[in-house]
Every structure is written in C-alpha cells, then in structure tokens.
Design a protein around this ligand. Sequence first.
Ligand SMILES: Cc1ncc(C[n+]2csc(CCOP(=O)(O)OP(=O)(O)O)c2C)c(N)n1
Ligand SMILES: [Mg+2]
Length: 504
Amino acid sequence: MAITSLLFHSPKPFQHSKPIHNPNRKSFLAKPPTCILKPNNKTSSPCEDHKLQWKEELKIAHGSDRNLENIDKDDAFFQECIDRRAVDNVRMLIVDAVQNAKTGHPGMALGMAEVGYHLYRHVMRYNPKNPKWFNRDRFVLSAGHGCLLQMISVEFDIEDLKQLCKLGSRTPGHPENTITDGIEVTTGPLGQGVANAVGLALAEAHLSARFNKPDAVVVDHRTFCIMGDGCAMEGISNEAASLAAHWKLNKLVVIYDDNKNTIDGATTLAFSEDVSARFKALGWNTINVENETSNPALSPLPGEDGPTHQPVEHLCGLRAIPRMLVFRPADGNETAGAYRVAIRNREAPSVIALSRQKVLANLEGTSSDGVEAGGYIVSDNSGDGGLPEIILIGTGSELCLCEASAEELRNEGRGVRVVSLVCWRLFDAQSKEYKEYVLPRNVRKRVSVEAGSPVGWREYVGEDGVVHGVDSFGASGAYLDVFKKFGYTVETVVKIARSLLQCE
Ligand SMILES: Cc1ncc(C[n+]2csc(CCOP(=O)(O)OP(=O)(O)O)c2C)c(N)n1
Ligand SMILES: [Mg+2]
C-alpha cells in the first residue's frame, strides 16, 4: 500500500516559529506522551496467568534474529521493539473493538495503525493527559470512519472501547469533538476534515504572526491530517488544499491513505487520477511512502454513524429550493410512484430521499398513484364521511411509525387518520378541495412525525398541532436506540397523540 504524504513545502519558517530559548516558555510545554496504550488496572486480564516475561514476548514477536540479552543497552533497538509491539497491540485493539461492537469499519484503522501510532508517539507534540494544552499539535482524521485509530491514540479506557458505537458512549461511530477529549474536530463527511485541517493550520499561522514575540513564542504547532480515497474524491479537499498552498501553510501535513479501496470496492471503478501530481500542481511538496502493511481486506460492517451522518437539516433545505421536488417515500409503492413522477417531470429536478435502515417492503394503504398528489390518506377508521379525531402525518420510515401508533389509538376507540406527505410541493399544488379532503380544517388535532428539522411542518399541523421533529444534531448508537432517544417510538407518538386528544 502506498501512502502519499503531502507536506507543504516552504522550508522558510514563519518569522517567529523557531523555538527561542526563554525560561518562561517552559510553562507552555506539555509533558511528552509517555505511553499511548494505557494499561487498565481496573479489570483483571484473563491472560494474567499466562503473562510472559517482557523479553520472551519480544522474542516471540520478533523471532530470535537479534540477541535480546543486550536489549537494555541498545536504545534504538529497544525502542523499535516497543514500537512494533505497540503497533501490534493497536491493531489487536482495533480488531477486538470492532468484533465486540459488531459494527464499525476497521479497514482504514488497521492499515494506518502504524502511521497513527508513530504520529502520536514520536512525531506530534501531544500529551493525552492534557489534551487541551493550547500549543499542542493538532490531528484531524478526515477519513472519520476510521475513528478507532484516533480513539486508541488519544487517552482512552478499555471500558470505553467496549462501548464503541453505543448510545451515550465516549466512543461514537465517528470522531466527535464534543464527546471525546482529544478529538479536535468532528469528522464524517469525506473531504471536510481536510478543510478543517487547513482552517486549524491557518489559525496557527495567524495567531503566531499576531502574538509571538522574539522572546516569547506562545504559538508554534503543526497540524496533521489523514485523508482517504473518498476525501481525495471530494471537491472540498481540493479547494481547501489549493487555499493552503496559496497561503503557504507550511506547518500542515496531510497523509493520504492511498489504499485503493472504498466502500464500493476498488477505486479503479471510478477513480484513477494521480493525486500526488494534483497536489504538487497546487503547490504542495509530496512524498510517496511505501507502507509495509499489506492492504487489509476491508470488512465494512456499516453501523450507525452518528450526527455527521444524520443531516436533520437537509430535507428542509432541499424543500426550500425553488421548483425542486423532494420525495421521502415510505416503502416500495411510494418509491415507485416517486420515480415515475421524477422521470416524467421535465420541468424540475427531483430528489428521492431513501432510508438506510430496514423498512417494510410495502405498507398497507400506500400507493404509487397517491404520490402524484404529494400527500394522501393511507388509512382512516372514522367511517364514511365522518371526520377523524386526530391526524398523524408522516413521511418515509416514520410513516410506518404513524401506522403502528394509529393502530394503538384505534384500539383505544379513537378515530385516527394517517396521511403520507411524501412530497410537500406536489401537495401544495393540489386543489383547495383535495387539500381540504386530506387535511380537513376542522380536524385541528394533528401530529407530524419526521426524524428531521421541524422547520416548515407547522403549516401542515396547524396552530394546535404538534410537530415531532429533531432540532439537535442527532447521536451515535444503534438506530433503534437513537430513535428511542429522540422519541421516534410508538410509545412517544401515542403519548403525544393522547395529550392532544385529552385537551378539548
Ligand atoms: C461526503 C461523503 N460521502 C459518502 C460518505 C459515506 N462513506 C463513508 S466511508 C466511505 C468510503 C471511504 O473510502 P476511503 O476514503 O477510501 O476509506 P477506506 O475505505 O479506504 O478506509 C464512504 C463513501 C461519507 N462519509 N461522506
Ligand atoms: Mg480507501
């Protein structure tokens, strides 16, 4: 596997970036990291009884090609042995954590274990005991799906790793700077981390130019970033890299994990450009490094990725684009209907927003024809001509939730209508009569259920209704746990409906 290191070259340092001896400066220095892998004293290891002597372990790890008797005297060799052992440990921790969580994406983390270890152990000025120390070197994992690499490198507890990808844990499915100490930037959208790293490097350049004095260098750190094939494909990384070169951000290092694989398979499917040459053309110094680690077979076990992959604002943003048709189909019937409308429509673009989670193939009551009206009645037990007591309005996978909640309310004797509002713009274009037929003005008790921003829903639920939306950034965890946290359960929807039904 080739790694391309993209080190912006400008050997000329910024004016004051060279450390200048100053006794006061000591206060800014962090203790060097001692050991990245923190032994856990709390839990007794099952291997305790079989613990080998340190030298014996090294013999097994490195064969008997070197005389280990003099290991204490050969510092360089001793360090090399420790490094190899530590990298092996990092790899095993990654494998164990993924195995235990039954989720995650170990490929990148395994392939870059050595690089990550060396960065944190030997290159970066970083103290896991003091991750907020101001003048620390910064690290951004643009390929955020390889989060384990970073989590194992910053201070962690083995118990945290056991909680990988679980709701509320310090080890979510992607790096989250608001959750885990030592994570500089939340990453997930590929390429974006490169832009964040450029931002951090720019901040450093600005602050050092602004505040450093010949006798007091208070800002002097580097920024490291690991990007993957997916980041290289994204335009944002190129734009940011161009800006970095233009600004001569010479303390920024980007390491490109050129493992030639993505989720979809080999990069040859869609990507064959010479990324090194491209960065060179932008003005970067590029170095190709062969990584002896063989390309690990990627075993993506797609998990719940967390806030960066739960863009709650996108639906409402897309719906705001003039003329565009945004469909959020609930099942096969509605997807077919949305596809038909989209293909036929030559006047405007369409977006069909589909779910990653499992949904029923087809719900009773949905129809592809109904989609053409943008909104329609999926079910109603209030009888011929009668109006329901309450209307539950859903889209996409939440329509199923509305149906299940309606069933429970109907069992309690309530008259409940379920409406699918699969495409707002198409519904808005319907006649007054049709809209009145689907959402009668006299039925003021309405609940909208959509796992996204509440913006825009008020128009459909009216003044007295309840908009059940998400107005925070989501969470990392198994999707059912996340749904529960945000109240996307039959229990919560029924509770909301009951509270509306009770007030006259
Ligand atoms: C902008 C964006 N699009 C799609 C995804 C979904 N995604 C997560 S990982 C991945 C593949 C990444 O491939 P690569 O960068 O080569 O990393 P590797 O699999 O080699 O670790 C994709 C497409 C994403 N995170 N961000
Ligand atoms: Mg890759």
